[in-house]
Design a protein around this ligand. Structure first.
Ligand code: HEM
Length: 371
């Protein structure tokens, strides 16, 4: 889509799409303006299932503060040895084979296992948990109405199963708190009141929904760049200290999330257009990230780019809570793969199938071979 964005940035930087009935915003400066003004552009969608992602201040900060401590860079850095262990476990069976299914064998299970352990899911339930997590973000098998209906029912059933599972763990942690997120959430209070069981469950489901597929796509998109630009592999092998900036550059160049939605609260003028209160506004961070007004050589992958004010994790008060975790997982994976594998490439003749969501940049499968 990145070629298309370039034309849109130049010709219709802020436009109304009659068909989709929403505004689209393509330039860096305008996207940033939308995301940094929650008073003008609201995240509130679904009052019944309000999560931090879909609430505005002041409620938003109350919810976010509850779990912030678990996601600070320092708290997350402490997970590095465990993430390394999981990455080794998932990768090592494939070293001798010379090929692997990057997504199924590594990029999907890794974030699921990590978040399961953070939340406090016992290792014995991991498979069950992974099936539920996968189902949370599953797409329909085709675009028929029946397939859509079927998917919605499956999702509902799945959410209920997951909710009752979390409820059971909650009961155990109420008796015997541990250091996990469920215990933290059970102890937490907002204005002197404990969270309800539904709120604790909702929090856990938010973390699964927001963190798993996105991290899967970050890992895959990063390896995809390495196989599209093989000279980078040697460069990063010789300079592993550049891996963190290369991960940031992946978030700019191939961001797992390319668009972020808001609703206008008031009539607002943006780049000469008037957006009416109540209208939907889509901020194309995938386009903003390639805006040459913000980035030198915007269409080039520069592994040591610094500064790199990409908006792959969003911007402003809703800036991704899980960013330190996603960065760490991607860093560990790249370090390990580059140490153990050479000439990483997409298996020849593979036809890449994009994920069918306009908001996501990623593929469904990415088989690789290496020496
Ligand atoms: C918010 C991207 C990984 C949890 C966001 C937002 C983006 C994003 C763009 C802003 C949404 C908005 O403004 O409406 C990503 C990407 C990831 C990733 C690209 C991986 C590469 C994770 C992980 C977790 C997580 C691993 C948790 C374990 C969240 C939460 C929010 C959020 C809870 C809402 C924050 C708020 O509303 O204050 N993420 N995310 N994300 N992300 Fe991530």
């Amino acid at each position: 889509p990145f070629q298309v964005y370039a034309g849109l940035r130049d010709n219709t930087p802020v436009r109304y799409d009659n068909h989709r009935e929403c505004w689209d915003v393509f330039r860096y400066e305008d996207v940033q303006y939308v995301l940094k003004n929650p008073k003008l552009f609201s995240s509130e969608r679904d009052r019944a299932n309000a999560s931090m992602l879909t609430t505005d201040p002041p409620k938003h900060k109350q919810l976010r503060d509850l779990v912030n401590q678990a996601f600070t860079p320092k708290a997350i850095e402490a997970l590095a040895p465990r993430i390394q262990e999981i990455a080794d476990e998932l990768l090592s069976p494939h070293f001798s084979e010379g090929r692997m299914r990057l997504i199924d064998d590594l990029a999907t299970p890794l974030p699921v296992i990590v978040i399961a352990e953070l939340i406090g899911v016992p290792a014995t339930d991991r498979q069950k948990f992974k099936d539920w997590s996968d189902a949370l973000v599953k797409g329909a098998r085709d675009d028929s109405d029946e397939a859509f209906q079927e998917l919605m029912e499956e999702k509902k059933r799945n959410q209920q199963e997951l909710a009752s599972y979390f409820t059971a763990i909650m009961e155990e942690r109420r008796q015997r708190p541990e250091g996990d997120l469920i215990s933290i959430l059970l102890a937490a209070e907002i204005e002197g009141e404990k969270l309800t069981a539904e709120e604790v469950v909702g929090f856990c489901i938010l973390l699964l929904a927001a963190g798993n597929e996105t991290t899967t796509n970050l890992i895959t998109n990063a390896v995809r760049i390495l196989s599209e630009q093989p000279e980078l592999q040697q460069q990063l092998r010789e300079h592993p200290e550049l891996i963190p900036t290369a991960v940031e550059e992946t978030l700019r160049y191939y961001p797992p999330i390319v668009a972020i939605g808001r609703i206008a609260k008031e009539n607002v003028e943006l780049n000469g257009q008037t957006i009416q209160a109540g209208e939907q506004v889509i901020s194309w961070v995938g386009s903003a990230n390639r805006d040459s007004a913000q980035f030198d050589q915007a269409e080039k992958f520069v592994p040591d780019r610094k500064p790199n004010r990409h908006m792959g994790f969003g911007f402003g008060i809703h800036f991704c809570l899980g960013a330190p975790l996603a960065r760490l997982e991607a860093r560990v994976v790249l370090q390990t793969m580059l140490r153990q594998m050479e000439d990483i490439q997409l298996v020849p003749e593979t036809v890449l199938q994009p994920i069918q969501s306009a908001f996501v940049f990623g593929v469904k499968e990415y088989p690789i071979q290496f020496t």
